[in-house]
Write a new protein. Structure first.
Lengths: 158, 402
């Protein structure tokens, strides 16, 4: 079994963390720079009520760019989100060119009026990371949510 | 020009049918009466038949009138509904929102029931009750249940109510052809918002609020035919809005829908509001169903369902899922805006906020920005409640008399 070097694991962890920090800061261009050109993003959840997996959002890199570009045109909740991530497992491919990464994520929302923070959502990032370049890049992210009730919701993906 | 306190309080300069008092959205007593006089008298959607695939599959449902319900498919494939209340000591019988239960056994004292609502076992019944009480006295409270209008499971707490068909009348005629094929729920989520259920139903009863939706402005409002759509009111407070063709590719990144819907023109859109709080929203490739479940005057649970055809191929289903969630999913473009709007109304309209009136005064020959859909709803509301929506406490009448 191929093991990841400490340096590679550190670099992957930093990538995952930066993906959260850039979205927290609404720095969408910086977020997309962390993504491979073939990037695919999805938010999924399982509904026990209808006993089905659901895909709540699905975009390629261009689709994510369009989503971010269109955001200012919509009415949105402006409360800042804080994403907290813990990388759980990193499993490199046999050729060492990619890695499957599972991380726990919690998303907190802080109200603009007064600054109270509440837990907004929990779930996991199931990521595939490309290791073929100078730096790791996100190739595929599935945000697998445990939380299915998001109040009046949010426009910016997790 | 701004107004002073007295001017703010004055009744709007509209006919009484064209405005309502915000008390109807905030008053606790009015809410309790709505539960009794409206929700416990009307046919309400509890779930969809596709959520109960096999014998003994069940769903639980919090009825907006207050009663907790079990909706369960029997061995005979018939779907029945019962109070989710053990007749012994009032415990909840089924805790999970979904499951399969050939035998419903209360966790408390192990009394058991079947999917027809019969009590089939009372633990140590003879020892405790002798001949005084037995299973024949302990059946579950059954609730009228009918399946219809797209395979939805409707319930009515009122044993003496009319049939579902009588309740709906002609209101669903625009969708007759579109709901003939078996449907399947592929999306379900709930939202809890601090607002009144009528404010949510109002957003489904008027399209003037398309100003809130960038997506709708671009794909609909500036497209031909948008202002030709007309509201039609039906008995029992239902209303429909006619079809138009949506231009999806007008929204950057959007594209024309490839998958259609039986009987619907390409890009077509039909909306039907069912009193008191359900909306059929058939938009090109997907059917959305909203059901409003008020928990109080200022707390609302909304169930959102997205439906496709049972016969969908995986590719067709994947496209319907994308079409639905791009606009109406929890991260969709429109739904967040709708929920923000009613959340804001709930904030501004709390009791003692001095909010006074909501205007329903737009008249545009019952076309898409007319507020006739809401006027029609509140006429039915007033009839059922025995209260005037514009003066629910009779204060204006009292002032006039004085």
């Amino acid at each position: 079994m191929t093991r990841t070097t400490v340096q590679t694991r550190d670099a992957i962890s930093e990538l995952i963390c930066r993906s959260c920090m850039t979205l927290d800061a609404k720095n969408f261009s910086a977020y997309l720079e962390l993504c491979d050109p073939a990037y695919r993003y999805a938010i999924t959840a399982y509904s026990p009520e209808i006993r089905k997996d659901m895909t709540w959002l699905e975009h390629d890199k261009a689709g994510m760019q369009t989503l971010f570009t269109n955001l200012p045109k919509h009415n949105s909740d402006q409360s800042p989100l804080t994403r907290h991530v813990t990388v759980y497992t990193v499993k490199p491919s046999d050729d060492g060119q990619q890695a499957e990464v599972v991380s726990a994520v919690q998303v907190f929302r802080t109200s603009l009026d007064g600054g109270a923070t509440e837990l907004f959502a929990v779930g996991k990032f199931h990521d595939r990371v490309s290791l073929s370049g100078a730096e790791p890049k996100l190739l595929n992210r599935n945000v697998r949510l445990d939380t299915r009730m998001l109040g009046y919701g949010y426009h910016i993906p997790f | 020009m701004s107004r002073n306190a007295a001017e703010w309080q004055e009744r709007p300069n509209f006919p009484e049918t064209h405005y309502v008092s915000t008390d109807i959205y905030t008053d606790e007593q009015i809410f309790k009466e709505e539960q009794e006089r409206i929700f416990n008298k009307c046919w309400i959607i509890a779930c969809h038949e596709s959520e109960l695939v096999s014998a003994y599959d069940y769903r639980t449902f919090h009825h907006p009138g207050g009663a907790p319900l079990i909706v369960i498919r029997g061995e005979d494939q018939k779907i029945r509904s019962f109070y989710n209340i053990c007749p012994h000591r009032g415990n909840t019988l089924l805790y999970e929102p979904v499951g399969n239960a050939k035998r419903i056994t209360c966790i408390f004292h192990a009394w058991s029931f079947n999917a027809k609502g019969d009590c089939i076992d009372i633990s140590r019944g003879q020892q405790g009750y002798q001949d005084r009480f037995g299973c024949e006295h302990a059946g579950l409270r059954e609730v009228k249940t009918e399946i219809g209008f797209g395979g939805f499971v409707w319930v009515n707490i009122d044993d003496s109510s009319c049939t579902l068909k009588e309740y709906i009348g002609d209101a669903m005629s625009m969708l007759d052809e579109n709901l003939s094929a078996p449907l399947e729920v592929f999306h379900y989520h709930k939202a809890v918002v601090d607002t009144n259920y009528k404010l949510w139903h109002d957003t489904n009863s008027e399209f003037y609020h398309d100003y809130m939706h960038y997506f709708n402005r671009i794909t609909g409002m500036i497209q031909p035919g948008y202002f030709d759509r007309k509201y039609t009111g039906y008995p029992n407070g239902h209303a429909s809005v006619g079809s138009m063709a949506i231009k999806y590719d007008a929204y950057e990144g959007g594209k024309a829908r490839g998958v259609g819907w039986p009987g619907l023109a390409p890009g077509g859109w039909v909306l039907i509001d069912i009193f008191p709080g359900m909306t059929y929203n058939l938009r090109t490739s997907v059917l959305r169903m909203d059901t409003a479940i008020p928990m109080g005057p200022n707390k609302l649970v909304i169930e959102f369902r997205g439906l496709g055809l049972k016969s969908d191929t995986p590719e067709q289903r994947a496209e319907r899922v994308r079409d639905h969630n791009t606009i109406w999913g929890p991260f969709g473009r429109n739904l967040h805006e709708d929920l923000l709007g009613v959340h804001g109304q709930g904030l501004a309209m709390r009791e003692r906020s001095d909010s006074k009136w909501v205007l329903h005064g737009r008249e545009e020959n019952m076309t898409i920005h007319d507020e006739g859909g809401m006027r029609h709803f509140y006429a039915e509301w007033s009839k059922r409640m025995g209260r005037k929506a514009y003066d629910p406490h009779g204060q204006n009448a009292a002032k006039a008399a004085a």
